[in-house]
Design a protein around this ligand. Structure first.
Ligand code: NAG
Ligand code: NAG
Length: 254
């Protein structure tokens, strides 16, 4: 039987059980980040509220179980949680208020979304910045394990093509850019080449060339997940060996 000292035993446990996530708002304005975990995929949830106010140039850090599965973090813009009906934010609002409902509180498009599955297949962490549901803030995922960064630092709102541009804030500034799917450009979200749904629901029947404005998103933000089957681009989904126990930082407006 292999001898393992008490000290080393606890050291191993401490290293293996959790990761530290930092969420930094480098935007020159307040945002309201939110967290959602798909609880049909796993029970592990971050040890942090599902929504909070992040003033400009502030950060928070919290513990995330190292098997967090199907988790996402995004930012909401121009929120007002005293409204009693209708959207609480201009972008990314959720069912709930400041804190999103743990079961139904996904962000409403358009919103840029950072996604993680830690300890996924082949002992890899998987992560990406998704623009599948459109864009509302530049964001970058970095880590302390030497694995690739993912995301996009460009503000797509002002350069967004007019059919998908918006919403606009009270000054008329575009704070978002919808995907062709979420803008419902082809009129039928249940059978759509833009949404990869219905008869277009496989990688083979939903090539990126059939998705309107794909090249706008992928051209400006090559290291993002820009449509439902973007994995074939090779620059959409990123991995980091779970054995490296990476801590992750998500920076808004990097
Ligand atoms: C993660 O680990 C916890 C605690 O060991 C366990 O209950 C859970 O089923 C694991 N998997 C997921 C995906 O949450
Ligand atoms: C927030 O919403 C409330 C209720 O609609 C409104 O009275 C208030 O003026 C709003 N606050 C801001 C800062 O827009």
């Amino acid at each position: 039987m292999r001898y393992i000292s008490i000290t080393n035993f606890f050291l191993v446990l401490a290293v293996a059980e959790a990761r530290t996530f930092n969420v930094f708002n480098a935007c020159p304005f307040t945002i309201w980040p939110a967290i959602f975990t798909d609880l049909t995929a796993g029970t592990a949830v971050p040890d942090f509220p599902t929504g909070w106010q992040a003033d400009s140039m502030t950060s928070v850090s919290f513990i995330v179980p190292d098997n967090w599965t199907a988790g996402r973090i995004w930012g909401r813009r121009d929120c007002n949680f005293t409204v009693t009906s209708g959207p609480t934010c201009l972008t990314g609002w959720c069912n709930g208020g400041l804190e999103c409902d743990p079961h139904t509180g996904t962000g409403v498009p358009p919103a840029s979304v950072a996604e993680w599955t830690l300890q996924g297949d082949m002992s890899q962490d998987f992560y990406d910045v998704s623009l599948v549901d459109g864009y509302d803030l530049p964001m970058m995922i970095t880590n302390d394990a030497g694995c690739p960064s993912a995301g996009c630092a460009i503000d797509l709102g002002p350069i967004c093509p007019s059919p998908i541009q918006g919403p606009f804030d009270s000054t008329g500034f575009p704070v978002g850019c919808s995907s062709a799917c979420s803008a419902n450009l082809d009129g039928d979200p249940t059978n759509s080449a833009n949404c990869c749904s219905g008869s277009f629901d496989t990688a083979a029947t939903c090539p990126s060339s059939g998705v309107e404005f794909y090249s706008f998103f992928k051209g400006n933000c090559p290291n993002t997940y820009a449509y439902a089957f973007d994995e074939s681009s090779g620059t959409a989904l990123w991995t980091c060996s779970s054995s490296l126990n990476a801590d992750y930082t998500l920076t808004f407006c990097p």
